[in-house]
Write a protein that binds this ligand. Structure first.
Ligand code: KIV
Length: 255
């Protein structure tokens, strides 16, 4: 599927996106026909144990994009442009091409970086926008667009990115009424995270929706599994069985 085709889904069928950072999860998402896989720089937190996304490098993004691409047959892959990889037009073009060579079909750029986004699109690189809470530059993780001034700025950014031709746009952490207005105003599909039900699609960080970290519980997050407990239970059972000499048994030994 070409990424521009997602524009035709707007208002018709919701778009489902999840993050992936490795081969096995990517393979599962591909088998489940998820619409898009995002190799998000959220890997800085959930994969590398950092406090935020700032420390994620191009090298990290290329490594994880390659791993994800090996697991995927059909699903379009979007790779995040990490912090400062898009601070100049030339650098952004070079780095975006590296992510495309690693297996991404498009890149996600945080914020209204007009010159960069314009240059990427004009050079044939599909861009997903990202407005609202911008983790790469945020000083605090909080809901954006609650004041009329902030809401207007976010709406203006959305209009601007839409005019430049992004193929879709992540709306992160904003009141659902603002996300509704943006969704109804622009032609690119909106993909929400913490932005309510009116967006054209939804994205979650895979580790969060699987319940890997019980201490991470923002209001928007719904856990669809409790993988933390599943892993702990399996680890405990393994330890117990080895201690008691029950593993490996005959069934799991070579003769
Ligand atoms: O890095 C990421 O995973 C993201 C999503 C939260 C949209 O940007």
């Amino acid at each position: 599927m070409r990424l521009d085709d997602f524009r035709h889904r707007k208002g018709k069928e919701k778009i489902i996106m999840l993050t992936a950072y490795d081969y096995q999860i990517a393979k599962i998402l591909d088998e489940e026909a998820i619409d898009m896989i995002l190799v998000g720089d959220s890997l800085g937190m959930v994969f590398q144990g950092r406090q935020g996304t700032k420390g994620v490098t191009m090298r990290d993004m290329i490594y994880h994009t390659r791993a994800v691409a090996r697991g995927v047959k059909e699903t379009p892959i979007i790779a995040d442009m990490p912090y400062k990889s898009d601070s100049t037009v030339e650098g952004a073009l070079r780095n975006a091409r590296r992510l495309i060579s690693a297996g991404a079909q498009g890149v996600k750029v945080e914020g209204d970086k007009s010159e960069v986004i314009d240059a990427l699109i004009k050079n044939g690189i599909p861009v997903m926008g990202h407005i609202g809470l911008l983790p790469q530059t945020a000083t605090a993780y909080r809901v954006k667009g609650k004041s009329p001034e902030e809401a207007k700025k976010i709406l203006d950014d959305a209009l601007h990115l839409d005019e430049m031709g992004v193929f879709s746009m992540v709306l992160e952490s904003m009141p659902e009424i603002l996300a509704k207005e943006i969704t109804e105003t622009i032609s690119a599909p909106t993909i929400g995270i913490g932005a309510g039900k009116y967006c054209d699609g939804q994205v979650l960080v895979i580790n969060d929706m699987l319940g890997m970290d019980p201490t991470f519980s923002p209001k928007y997050l719904k856990r669809y599994a409790d993988v933390n407990q599943t892993i702990k239970k399996a680890v405990r059972e393994f330890r117990q069985e080895v201690m008691e000499g029950r593993y490996p048994d005959g069934e799991h030994s070579y003769r």
